[in-house]
Design a protein around this ligand. Structure first.
Ligand code: C2E
Ligand code: CA
Ligand code: CA
Ligand code: CA
Length: 279
């Protein structure tokens, strides 16, 4: 039994150090990725009730030299654990701002469009977040009103007093604020009244069940009517079928996003497609 115990310990020890080593390797790779600009940004259109584009969501990818194009689920957790999400997010803000400026010069960007950017919890809590945000956007050549920040419901309600004042400061810059993945954090609809936000994005788990035999529709309807009462815009995200789009329309959502409308795309491809379609 003693032998087993010792072997068990040795095994535990070895797998622990392997995990540490793996995280360390990953961190080294992420540092290289940032330094060598291996991260990419794809843009997914958001459309209004007439189907016209109103903006885009910026979604990060990693063009890994051996593994190919990796989705965020494969590296965002490591970025968060290591704290590297902060410099990477700052890189992304600058890059997005440059992209908007470039699109403006190319005549692609329309008045009133906005670019939506996901904010990680760690980034949201940085002491210098407001200053860094302002600087990155203005240095890149975009305007603060071209930007929307998406924060998750969970982050917003975790420390509601902090969130309120931070969001208020962001609003004062002219930046739009969207509450992302709404409905997944089990918070009450009452929070929508307390937070200085502009947009609610209903999580795709509800949208994808629209049309199925369950109560998703009533949930989406409830969120839409409360949001309307508080003067908020509602986005239905993750729309994959014609039927989901039709029901989201019926319910009165204001904006729509999903593979059925358009997949996230590289900037060049997006610009080319839309310019050739004549928009
Ligand atoms: P999210 O913010 O909820 O972003 C929407 C995700 O849904 C994206 O996945 C998008 O590609 C996907 N999506 C859009 N339409 C559909 C659809 O019709 N069906 C399905 N099944 N999926 C759809 P993606 O790009 O893999 O990103 C996953 C998550 O990673 C994002 O979820 C967000 O939480 C995080 N993320 C992405 N980019 C960034 C970033 O730049 N910074 C931070 N902090 N997080 C990011
Ligand atoms: Ca998002
Ligand atoms: Ca979302
Ligand atoms: Ca999500």
């Amino acid at each position: 039994a003693k032998e087993n115990g010792r072997n068990g310990y040795a095994f535990y020890h070895r797998s622990m150090s392997m995990a540490v080593e793996k995280q360390q390797n990953m961190e080294n790779e992420l540092h290289r990725a940032l330094a060598q600009e291996e991260f990419r940004i794809h843009y997914q259109p958001l459309v209004n009730v007439t189907g016209a584009v109103v903006g885009f969501e910026a979604l990060i990818r990693w063009q890994h030299p051996e593994k190919g194009l990796l989705p965020p689920v494969e590296f965002i957790p490591s970025l968060e654990v290591s704290g590297m999400i902060v410099p990477v997010s700052n890189w992304l803000l600058a890059k997005c701002s440059h992209q908007i400026a470039e699109w403006k010069t190319a005549g692609f960007w329309q008045d009133g469009w906005y670019l939506s950017i996901n904010i990680s919890p760690l980034q949201f809590y940085q002491a210098d977040m407001i200053h860094t945000l302002q600087q990155a956007i203005l240095d890149g050549g975009a305007e603060l009103t071209d930007i929307c920040l998406e924060i998750t419901e969970t982050v917003a309600v975790e420390n509601i007093e902090f969130a309120k004042s931070r969001l208020q400061s962001i609003r004062e810059l002219g930046v739009i604020i969207a509450l992302d993945d709404f409905g997944t954090g089990y918070s009450s609809l009452g929070y929508l009244k307390d937070l200085p936000i502009n947009i609610v994005k209903i999580d795709r788990s509800f949208i994808q069940e629209l049309g199925a035999q369950n109560n998703s529709r009533s949930i989406v309807e409830a969120v839409a009517s409360i949001a309307q009462a508080y003067d908020l815009k509602v986005i239905a995200e993750g729309i994959e079928t014609k039927e989901q789009l039709a029901i989201a329309h019926e319910i009165g959502c204001h904006m729509f996003q999903g593979f059925y409308i358009e997949r996230p795309q590289e900037p060049k491809q997006l610009q080319g497609d839309y310019l050739s379609k004549g928009l």
